[in-house]
Ligand binder design. Sequence first.
Ligand code: ADP
Ligand code: MG
Length: 292
Amino acid sequence: ATPVSIMVGTGKGASMGVLIKNAEALEILEKVDTLVVDKTGTLTEGAPKLVTVEVLEGIDEETLLRAVATLERSSEHPLAEAIVEGTEARGLKLGKTDNFNSVTGEGVTGEVDGLKVAIGNDKLFESLGIDAEKLPALSEQYREEGQTVMLIALDNKATGIIGVMDPIKESTAEAIEALHEEGIEIVMLTGDNETTAKAVAARLHIDRVQAEVSPEDKSKVVQALQKEGRHVAMAGDGVNDAPALAQAHVGIAMGTGTDVAMESAGVTLVKGDLTGIVRAIRLSRSTMKNIR
Ligand code: ADP
Ligand code: MG
């Protein structure tokens, strides 16, 4: 490869909002046949909104919301932020939490006004030895709509669910269609529940889905695809995504995401939408064709 063409290529990329770190990244992009994408913040806006509250008998909705939002105020997860914001928007005042504990990829626990509160997924309930009772069945219809549903236990008893919705970015569907036209297969990874993941994937015509992936396992999924002989690009925005971005043949970070993700990636999309990937791949293909 002649360095001049590569420099012209990376210059063109920059003018389109696609920051390419080095010649290697531009060269590898040409060969990419598989794009692995993180759901939250990459396909979606990454700004979920509280939309569903359902309680079983014995407690009112506001008491449950207030307890859960008080607990979530100690968490930095985007899901926690959605719950706190949605609860405060209903005019409810939050209290104080004791013995807060956060379990990565599962949820959070603590005590609010002497009441034990737990919110998270079925893995959290399993870890705590709590029977989810009717909650999974209650959650299913909301998950089929693409909502992320969290299970809630009060004093170790299944009590209700909260659902949040993270809208799909406006540019995502079009970008996926264009990537398909370039012959690229799309694999979606998420820590979210299988039903929710499949609902989002179906809407976007995504080829493969892997749900309930722990943050540590994202890079293992990339590695497994590489072992199949694929040329893998990975797109993500979170601190959790950094190891997978580094593992991929080329990592693509959202400019709207975390610094750690951008440091681990060969390519950064300034605007943080997937149409940038289509431009980057087309640019790489035309640059490399010019060189040969
Ligand atoms: P992702 O970033 O893909 O959403 P995570 O690994 O951060 O995945 O979380 C996986 C799941 O764990 C979430 O979908 C949710 O069910 C649960 N979870 C994680 N953090 C929290 C939290 N602070 N409150 C409630 N549930 C949580
Ligand atoms: Mg994430």
